[in-house]
Design a binder for this molecule. Structure first.
Ligand code: DGJ
Length: 728
């Protein structure tokens, strides 16, 4: 395991537990040789081959067959014989964009460095990873590109990022700076992406690759509901359990682009990074630019194998802080119970009623500050509304904490309402372009977090509230995308840096606040799951998965999300019926089972429920407490997909395989339906498990190979959730 270099063939072999990645320096350029199942030693049986390909020009006249157009590369440019999508592009002061970066040196070091100002996976000791830095140089402009690769010892993962350094005396302008490029020497793949929309996030799509470019991206200033910064190439035969998967995920929360280009020789180029659209970055002499990190997971055990690796890595070496490995509280949030219409008495009523049901944390959502009786104003005025809460946040929080519950609060720190004291005092503090109108989204503008003084004021206002009361949870929301993108603090040549600088500002603000309040559990949100990405997870270990709380819609949303993100990162709540987003009626039972498949909570007015409903909630809460460690921190297995049938199933298995939870959901009933069974996964084949609810015992082998019958479920929207306990 680790990284080795063969000086004779100039070949680097990066190995993690089950994966090899091989790079060769060829004619001064970085060639990609292999990524896939681990090879102990590589002897160039698939060495690079060249021939005179018409219309593929030759950069080195002494090598007439050699062309970058036909060589699989690691970090390719455009302009010196390669015609594919480039990984980067730099404009020189003379206006030209031709560069020629070639291998200069390399370093193999223990551990993994932090990325300046950016979230990234990390190590806790140098023995956990090795890093290869390949330095490329363009002597004409005296600039360097440092392409970094890290392989972990305990996770079957590779990460990549790139640093640009201007050592010369002239300005350079980056027009594109991707984080990763892999040129697969084949194209027999299918592409999996997670497109969506508000309230319909991360629906899984899978399509055969075709010739040409297939691309996903965000131009919205956030990673977005519309596409997650993720793609995977899989073999046509790949399933949940079997087959090869090559997964890519960008640790970034802003505009991104990920593309696959299949060329005339059936090579497939995957490129992922900051979206070059409406982006550029001026590198003055002496300056550097750091790209975000890309995480790459290879699995030969299907999509389930890929997800398991992402889940473990993100849980243990992306998320940080006190809650990283700590059980998350069962919460109740007042948003769908009251929206903006509440007072202290109402809030205390809901909190008290939920305390009696065993709920552990009360979260006061939007509407507690400024004069916010609708979404028309007050963002930025983070001072309590004394009309609604005459005794202030501290008094309210103390009442709730005094009743042995935790107290949490909603903020939307990155935003400013036009109707706010903050905007009246600082009308230029928003992202905008002078002399142009300022389009509003949800009646709000975005604070210009490219500016330090704006960041510092946000930090101060949020911190003042957090320090003023016993607040142990924050819901950090963000509810619009970027328009009229510009910052008055930046010179003309840097205007296209605004969107990326904004994200750097978000990271700075989040870093400052989360570090100052290490005991607070932060949950991010962006109109639900509009910024469910690894960048944010670095600061906040959980995310509100979707504003859509309908149990049936959630099956697809949570299933798609689980492809990459661990269960401990997914907020999921039981809400009232008819559901506020889709008007569907479903039982409390199935709403509970879906919500209990994540970080469990409620979002309805429990104080007005019938005694029978309260009793059922009490049972759900009690039951979840018993299985919480398995669900939040066990291994997750997808058994049946809501994208292909009306049955969905998934399960959770404890680390030591002694406990498991099985969930099975049926959406639309069918007359005279076939019998169904489900094959479990992740169990110890040699152990015996009792399915508690059936009071029956089966071997792990039987449950995994033969399966277990699912009882006939009558009617629409039915579900079961069973617990399994190992005998030995
Ligand atoms: C959008 C969030 O996703 C909701 O859960 C809620 O917090 C509202 N914002 C409040 O305005």
């Amino acid at each position: 395991m680790g990284i080795t270099y063969d000086g004779q063939t100039k070949t680097f072999h990066l190995q993690s537990e089950r994966t090899s990645y091989i790079i060769q320096v060829y004619n001064g350029y970085l060639a990609h040789l292999y990524w896939g199942k681990k090879i102990d030693s590589y002897n160039h049986g698939t060495k690079l081959r060249f021939k005179d390909r018409s219309f593929s020009p030759n950069p080195d006249l002494t090598e007439p067959l050699f062309s970058l157009d036909t060589m699989p590369q690691e970090y390719p440019a455009f302009g010196n014989t390669d015609f594919h999508i480039p990984a980067y592009q730099i404009q020189l002061e003379n206006g030209t964009t031709v560069t020629n970066f070639q291998y200069k040196s390399h370093r193999i070091v223990k551990g993994k460095d932090e990325l300046d100002g950016l979230p990234a996976t990390y190590v806790e000791s140098d023995s956990e990873a090795q890093t290869l830095e390949l330095t490329l140089i363009d002597e004409v402009i005296d600039a360097e590109i440092i392409v970094s690769y890290t392989v972990f010892t305990t996770f079957d993962v590779m990460t990549r990022s790139v640093r640009f350094v201007n050592n010369g005396s002239k300005k350079l302008k980056l027009l594109k700076a991707a984080s990763v490029n892999v040129d697969f020497r084949e194209s027999d793949f299918e592409l999996i992406t997670l497109p969506g929309a508000w309230s319909r996030e991360r629906y899984m799509e899978r399509e055969k690759l075709r010739s040409g470019i297939q691309m996903i991206e965000s131009r919205r200033g956030a990673s977005s509901h519309q596409f997650n910064p993720f793609l995977a190439l899989v073999r046509p035969e790949t399933t949940e359990e079997f087959g090869e998967v090559f997964g890519f995920n960008l640790v970034y929360s802003g505009n991104f682009q990920a593309s696959v280009e299949v060329d005339q020789f059936q090579y497939s180029r995957v490129t992922m990074g900051i979206n070059p659209f409406d982006f550029s970055w001026v590198l003055d002499p002496g300056q550097t630019f750091q790209t975000p990190e890309a995480v790459m997971v290879y699995s030969d055990q299907g999509l389930g194998g890929m997800s398991k690796t992402f889940h473990h890595l993100y849980r243990d070496r992306l998320c940080r802080g006190k809650y990283r490995n700590q059980l998350r509280p069962i919460l109740i949030n007042n948003w769908e119970a009251t929206y903006f219409d509440f007072n202290e008495e109402k809030i205390v009523d809901i909190a008290n009623a939920s305390k009696q049901l065993g709920i552990e944390l009360f979260v006061l959502d939007d509407g507690w500050f400024g004069k916010r009786n609708s979404d028309k104003g007050s963002l930025g005025d983070w001072f309590v509304d004394r009309d609604k809460l005459p005794n202030g946040i501290e008094h309210l929080a103390n009442q709730i904490v005094g009743n042995d519950m935790q107290f949490g609060l909603w903020f939307e720190p990155e935003m400013i309402s036009v109707d706010s004291d903050l905007y009246r005092a600082h009308p230029d503090w928003c992202i905008h372009v002078p002399d142009r109108s300022r389009s509003e989204g949800r009646n709000q503008l975005i604070l210009d977090l490219t500016r330090k003084e704006v960041c510092d004021e946000v930090i101060k206002r949020v911190s003042d509230i957090l320090a003023s009361a016993p607040i142990s949870y924050v819901k950090w929301d963000m509810n619009r995308h970027m328009t009229e993108v510009g910052s008055i603090s930046l010179p003309a040549e840097r205007q296209r840096e605004t969107a990326h600088r904004y994200i750097l500002g978000v990271y700075y603000v989040m870093d400052q606040i989360t570090n100052a309040f290490p005991d607070v559990l932060f949950e991010s949100c962006s109109g639900g799951g509009g910024r469910f990405d690894p960048g944010i997870l670095y600061y906040m270990p959980q995310t509100w998965t979707s504003d859509n709380t309908d149990a049936i819609s959630r099956l697809k949303i949570q299933y798609g999300t689980s492809l990459i993100y661990p269960i401990s990162a997914m907020g999921s709540h039981v809400s009232a019926v008819p559901n506020h987003q889709v008007n569907r009626m479903t039982s409390l039972d199935i709403r509970g089972h879906v919500a209990m498949s994540g970080n469990f909570g409620y979002e309805l007015d429990v104080s007005t429920l019938s005694e029978e409903e309260k009793m059922e909630i009490k049972e759900q809460v009690n039951w979840y407490k018993g299985v919480r460690p398995i669900i939040q921190f066990g291994d997750f297995y997808r058994l049946k997909s809501p994208f292909v049938q009306s049955h969905t199933s998934w399960m959770f298995v404890s680390d030591d395989q002694t406990e498991a939870v099985l969930a099975y959901f049926s959406t639309l009933a069918e007359a005279n339906a076939p019998f169904t069974k489900v094959k479990l996964r992740g169990l110890d084949p040699n152990n015996v498990y009792k399915i508690v609810e059936l009071d029956q015992e089966f071997t792990g082998q039987e449950l995994m190979y033969a399966g277990v019958n699912i009882p006939e479920l009558h009617g629409d929207f039915q579900s079961i959730m069973w617990t399994l306990q190992a005998k030995y």
